[in-house]
Design a protein around this ligand. Structure first.
Ligand SMILES: [Zn+2]
Length: 433
């Protein structure tokens, strides 16, 4: 397999620190961003790498990277006389790239399992697969909506109207592209996200989204560059690779992160509880995954559609993101065991292994995200959450908001009780420190 690194971007917002240096050549831990990319590609036996660069940057790229011999790869440069955009620069070399190839934006610090990505792409027989992830700056990111199979339903490029609701599923700037996509890549300036992918979608060749919790951060602003450098120094970038299990804090939703609204079904009814954003932000900063696990029998009872539930979760994610907090994933159980309500969805009226206190949601998250459950914790407001956490061997914290344990359904005792969810996270992080 071959790869293309798109390194012809402008980098207006980072000029204050980059000066004349192209973004991909900025240093992180003694190597340029693009060198980190080359080493990652090499690790997955991708040895022929094409770089599309602006004509005036060609010399500085050559000076810095040479022909790639010292790193055991072959580098090929393609200089653009005028800016051609992310896709336009690839059009002239498409025929040289083989049946499937990788595309990386040169301003993304990335450490991920490229083998798993390519296997996903092949298994879906996709024309193209985008790497997607929860962005730490969703308002300034291009977002997508996925269906249950991982196909992209809608592209929501930035800037979006304030009224547009969407989940925090951001385009990370890494793609696997098959020649099936070639018919949508025209010569002349064009952009993958704005031109090529929407054309493919409209023609019935929906791109796929490959979700990952691995390390993908653009260095588009001085602040983001500084945080990538800090993550390198603390080895967070290395540890985020799927090879390494990460600890997680699981959060119940209603009564823990948001106010209990009986049978919550409308996104405008979502209200964050005090401490919710702080709790998630601290979880993010500590390098723990922040995962919601919630029972949503309203789906089985026909009181809320899956689309409405997505809207509720989009609203929850937006309220959190306004305060600098990011959820890594939301898992819900749509089932309900007792049949006999008017308007219910019969196929969801079933005993399942995911309705808490069963552990199905947590186990699924652990599998998807490679979570180390022995270092993880569960925070909730009911004895059912405590029982669920206990069954999985997690540290459990019962909090005094929401039901405050008054449901009394299970006798399981929590490891600690805390006034609210922010105190719970503080207590979890202190316990491991
Ligand atoms: Zn279930």
């Amino acid at each position: 397999m071959k790869a293309v690194i798109v390194a012809g971007g402008e980098g207006r917002r980072i000029r204050s620190v980059a000066r004349a240096m192209p973004k991909p050549l900025l240093d992180v831990g003694g190597r340029s961003i693009v060198e980190h990319q080359i080493l990652l590609l090499k690790r997955y036996e991708i040895n022929e790498i094409h770089l599309t660069v602006r004509g005036r940057d060609l010399a500085v790229f050559r000076d810095n990277l040479g022909g790639g011999e010292s790193r055991g790869v072959r580098l090929r440069y393609h200089a653009e006389r005028e800016p051609l955009g992310t896709a336009g620069g690839i059009a002239p070399i498409l025929a040289r790239l083989g049946k499937h190839f990788l595309v990386l934006y040169g301003d993304v610090m990335v450490n991920m399992d490229l083998g798993a990505l390519v296997r996903f792409h092949r298994s879906k027989r996709a024309a193209t697969t985008l790497v997607v992830h929860p962005s730490d700056h969703p308002l300034d990111s291009d977002l997508v909506e996925l269906d249950d199979e991982g196909r992209i339903k809608v592209f929501r490029p930035k800037p979006r109207p304030a009224s547009a609701w969407c989940r925090n599923v951001g385009n990370a700037g890494i793609y696997v592209v098959s020649q099936k996509l070639a018919e949508f890549i025209s010569s002349g300036p064009s952009d993958f996200l704005r031109d090529v992918f929407p054309r493919a979608l409209a023609a019935g060749k929906a791109p796929y989204g490959y979700r990952t919790r691995e390390y993908l951060r653009d260095i588009g602003t001085p602040q983001r560059l500084a945080s990538v450098r800090a993550d390198w120094a603390t080895r967070r970038i290395e540890r985020c690779h799927l090879d390494f299990a990460l600890p997680a804090i699981f959060f119940d939703r209603d009564g823990t992160l948001c106010d209990i609204v009986p049978l919550l079904r409308q996104s405008r009814d979502v209200r964050l509880l005090p401490g919710a954003a702080e709790a998630i932000r601290r979880t993010n900063e500590a390098g723990y995954l922040a995962v919601v696990a919630t029972n949503q029998p309203v789906i089985a009872r026909g009181l809320c559609s899956l689309e409405e539930l997505e809207r509720i979760h989009a609203q929850l994610e937006s309220l959190l993101c306004e305060q600098g907090a990011r959820l890594d994933a939301v898992y819900y159980c749509p089932h309900h065991p007792d049949a006999g309500y008017p308007g219910e969805v019969p196929e969801l009226k079933t005993a399942c292994d995911c309705r808490k206190p069963e552990g199905g949601l947590v186990r699924r998250a652990a599998r998807d995200l490679n979570i180390d459950l022995s270092r993880s914790a569960f925070v909730g407001d009911s004895t059912m959450d405590v029982e669920c956490g206990k069954r999985l061997g997690l540290r459990t914290i019962l909090i005094e908001t929401g039901e405050a344990g008054r449901d009394g359904k299970y006798a399981a005792r929590p490891d600690a009780r805390c006034p609210d969810v922010a105190d719970a996270v503080r207590s979890i992080l202190q316990h491991v420190a």
